[in-house]
Write a protein that binds this ligand. Structure first.
Ligand SMILES: Nc1ncnc2c1ncn2[C@@H]1O[C@H](COP(=O)(O)OP(=O)(O)O)[C@@H](O)[C@H]1O
Ligand SMILES: [Mg+2]
Length: 221
């Protein structure tokens, strides 16, 4: 998938992938609404499995349904949401976490209907320390008043930053890349997240050759 095509909504109005994203959106919305979940972490076992791409496209799909969505790029080590959505990244989450700026000054509208973003900002030397701060918890909680969902893009699950985020959000989605993510590593990711009391909202099988809606399943208990 070329960089400029990562936002499906802008390029592929009728593709089967779009239909899968619609199903995904509906499933997530149904479960999250029932369980009163608004802050959702999107992570995976390794880099490059599609976290940032899925976050942006899912946000776009939710926005199309008149939901108000905030994307927060909390992948402070390797941020990419500003590339996916073609936003400025002069200021971002790191500035909020350092309390050097008001949140309102960092939120940017995007080209997607109903979707705003807080980009990552300049990469800090102490990402896990910044993400452990109370101001991060307060930010996630306070945004619930303004948005239906806050989607948090993050580093892979084995990186402690993601585990810290998992402990602060309402639900976590784990992405798996078909024929790539190794089963033992995946189980370790799942273990690490559940140890942090993450509520597993679902698992998404990405880059699948099959075009089936059963390519992902959800925690419906
Ligand atoms: N479903 C998909 N089909 C094809 N390419 C994809 C898909 N999902 C992601 N990609 C591509 O894989 C690469 C990594 O995606 P990205 O979202 O940046 O991963 P991560 O955030 O997990 O590191 C990007 O080049 C992206 O365009
Ligand atoms: Mg990413």
């Amino acid at each position: 998938m070329k960089k400029r095509k990562r936002l499906l909504l802008n390029h592929e109005k009728t593709s089967p992938i779009l239909e899968e994203f619609r199903i995904l959106r509906t499933n997530i919305h149904l479960i999250a609404k029932k369980r009163n979940m608004q802050t959702i972490l999107i992570t995976s076992t390794n880099a490059q499995e599609g976290k940032s791409t899925i976050t942006a496209n899912l946000a776009g799909m939710m926005g199309e349904q008149d939901l108000r969505i905030l994307i927060i790029d909390a992948d402070l080590r390797l941020p990419s949401q500003h590339h996916v959505l073609q936003q400025d990244n002069y200021m971002g989450l790191t500035d909020i976490l350092r309390e050097s700026i008001h949140t309102i000054d960092v939120i940017q509208p995007t080209s997607l209907r109903g979707v705003d973003i807080i980009t990552a900002g300049a990469s800090p030397y102490n990402p896990s320390e910044l993400l452990s701060r109370e101001v991060w918890t307060e930010l996630l909680e306070s945004m619930k008043k303004n948005y239906d969902y806050i989607l948090v893009d993050a580093p892979p699950a084995p990186i402690v930053d993601s585990q810290i985020i998992a402990s602060k959000v309402d639900g976590t989605i784990l992405i798996v890349e078909e024929n790539k993510t190794k089963a033992p590593e995946f189980s370790r990711s799942l273990d690490m997240l559940t140890k942090m009391d993450a509520y597993m909202l679902g698992i998404i099988l990405n880059k699948t050759k099959k075009r089936k809606s059963d390519a992902y399943y959800y925690n419906k208990k």
